[in-house]
Design a protein. Structure first.
Lengths: 272, 313
């Protein structure tokens, strides 16, 4: 796999953002806000950090990625398409009847999707299973799990957090896309999980805190995370919901509502 | 009928798991802090590196198993059926059934014969919940012989399976060497007036009832319908056509168990007179297993009564 440079990753992130706007706009549904916040993380992973082969999605030694916040599927599909899993032309079928690009990721339908998600709180557990399989098979792959701040409300998140640390699960690198919003309102107003970094530390995870839109910081954090042994890693990535489109940034109206045609045009102009 | 108590089905499960562990290095076992009771501890003693005790956390247990299965492992996960099925249900739905992953779920302490521990520990709705998940095989074996054979079968089967095991020693109803297949009922007695379908401990009660019915001149078939899903519709149809009277007995809530599955099939294919011996939409309580079976209408006299009712005698 060719590994993109920082500048190339930035350009690809912009392209992925364009896809997100077009996909949700065309489907007249979907979750643009949380897709735009997780864009750099997914692009940096698929187009630089991960060992994988789009021509052989089931390669046993591949790094795995689970998008636990499954509603950010537009970002995942766009990142997969641009990495070569399927033609970006397919993205226009997002959420259409019979399409492999389901509203939320379906591992049975789309090569490259490692886990079916959409019911929040399950991804970390699945990631632990993959990391334990790696340990049993004495392989060297990494498992990445992308979680959300809203997802931290789920009890299963903390079951997984405790269990992974107790079993000294490593080669497990999770990201928290901390965009500070969930469906109904800001995380602060719904079920504030602060202090977040301290929580993960208290659960005996190795933590990093970064700007989730700074590609260099993402690359550096993962490089350091790979050296951590006998402990799972949580990279707390501060992000902006709706990042990259002026009228969507920090505007929770776009959590689960697609941009209208005129908004699509305006957003694409900003992302050109 | 002579009652020869064998091992509990949970013991047969734990012992068989060790045998399977020897044969297949891809088998891994997980438990949620009940391994001494579910008997998965037997596996942990032999293969500690392939055993994971996750602690008291059923949702995570199921998710971890799904992750392992996606990497080619064959996870067997155990806890009490009551906690595992209800607390892990969304994870079974999304992570296992919808994901089509090869996870074997074995819930012990099924039914009300848990006894003294009381209603909170008794799974009476596990079959209803697990049969509602697309693609899941659901089974309730009756004795140690069938449990051993069926645990071997599910280890070979490439897909999600739920099996209920029980706490008390189970009467032996099968002959050693009987052939058991997923989705194939076993006819233990052939009759012409009535067919009794049962699973779990109710198979013994059904055999006992059939003996007494014979003394009254009623000839009853008894089938161990260990697999609720997929249902052995071939055998069911053959029996329903021959006897015209079908009675279902199970240690389960009447809503959504074997009886519901049988009734749904027969309503379409061969409507006939039916009866149901099951827990009548209520929770049970603390007591001795045999006292509870009697109080909640699951012993053989209740089966005899229900049989005579549908036969109009």
């Amino acid at each position: 796999m060719e590994k993109l440079s920082v500048e190339q990753l930035k350009a690809r992130a912009k392209l992925v953002r364009r896809h997100i706007i077009e996909m949700t706009g065309a489907a007249a549904s979907g979750h643009p806000g949380g897709s735009l916040s997780v864009t750099e993380i997914l692009v940096a992973l698929y187009s630089n950090l991960m060992e994988h082969n789009p021509q052989d999605p089931q390669w046993p030694d591949r790094d795995r990625l689970i998008l636990s916040k499954g509603h950010a599927s537009p970002a995942l599909y766009a990142a997969l398409a641009e990495t070569g899993y399927f033609s970006p032309k397919t993205l226009k079928d997002f959420r259409k009847l019979g399409s492999p690009l389901q509203g939320h990721p379906d591992r049975r339908k789309l090569p490259g999707v490692e886990a079916s998600t959409g019911s929040l709180g399950q991804g970390l557990s699945m990631g632990i299973g993959m990391a334990l399989a790696r340990r049993l098979d004495k392989k060297s792959y990494y498992t990445y799990v992308i979680t959300s701040d809203g997802e931290m409300n789920e009890g299963q998140t903390w079951e997984a957090a405790a269990m992974a640390a107790h079993h000294k699960v490593d080669h497990l690198i999770a990201f928290l896309d901390y965009n500070k919003f969930q469906l109904d309102d800001s995380t602060k107003n719904i079920c504030d999980m602060e202090p977040v970094v301290e929580k993960w530390k208290a659960f005996r995870w190795h933590t990093f805190e970064i700007d989730g839109h700074d590609v260099k910081q993402i690359l550096n954090a993962v490089k350091k995370a790979k050296k951590v042994q006998g402990q799972p890693v949580m990279i707390i990535a501060h992000t902006i919901k709706g990042k990259g489109v002026s009228f969507m940034e920090g505007n929770n109206a776009f959590h689960g509502v697609a941009p209208k045609p005129e908004e699509v045009a305006k957003a694409l102009k900003e992302l050109s | 009928m002579q009652k020869i108590l064998g091992k509990a089905t949970r013991d047969a499960y734990g012992e068989t798991l060790v045998e399977i562990g020897k044969m297949n290095p891809e088998v891994v076992v997980l438990d949620a802090d009940l391994s001494k009771s579910t008997k998965s501890a037997l596996f942990s003693e032999k293969f500690p590196e392939r055993f994971f005790n996750v602690g008291i956390q059923e949702a995570n247990l199921v998710g971890v198993a799904a992750g392992l299965a996606s990497c080619g492992k064959i996870p067997f996960i155990s806890s009490f059926a009551s906690f595992l099925v209800s607390k892990g249900f969304d994870q079974f739905r999304m992570g296992v059934a919808f994901s089509e992953l090869n996870v074997k779920v074995v819930g012990s302490h099924g039914g009300i014969t848990v006894g003294e521990d009381g209603a909170s520990q008794m799974a009476i709705e596990d079959v209803a919940l697990m049969t509602s998940l697309p693609g899941f095989v659901v089974m309730v074996p009756s004795d140690e012989i069938s449990t051993r054979a069926l645990v071997f079968e599910i280890a070979k089967y490439p897909g999600p399976v739920y099996m209920r095991t029980g706490r008390p020693k189970a009467p032996v109803v099968h002959k050693a060497g009987t052939d058991f297949k997923i989705g194939k009922g076993v006819r233990l007695r052939e009759g012409k007036d009535l067919t009794i379908l049962a699973n779990g401990l109710e198979v013994f009660e059904a055999l006992e009832a059939a003996e007494h019915l014979a003394e009254d001149g009623i000839s009853a078939s008894v089938i161990d319908m260990h697999t609720v899903k997929p249902l052995d519709t071939e055998l069911l149809l053959e029996e329903a056509k021959r006897t015209g009277h079908v009675l279902v007995a199970e240690e389960h809530q009447i809503w959504g168990g074997l009886g519901s599955a049988v009734a749904t099939f027969l309503a379409k294919q061969h409507p006939c007179k039916m009866g149901f011996v099951a827990i009548q939409d209520t929770f049970a309580e603390s007591g001795k297993a045999e006292e509870l079976l009697e109080k909640y209408g699951l012993t053989y006299p209740h089966i005899i009564k229900a049989a005579k009712k549908i036969l109009g005698r």
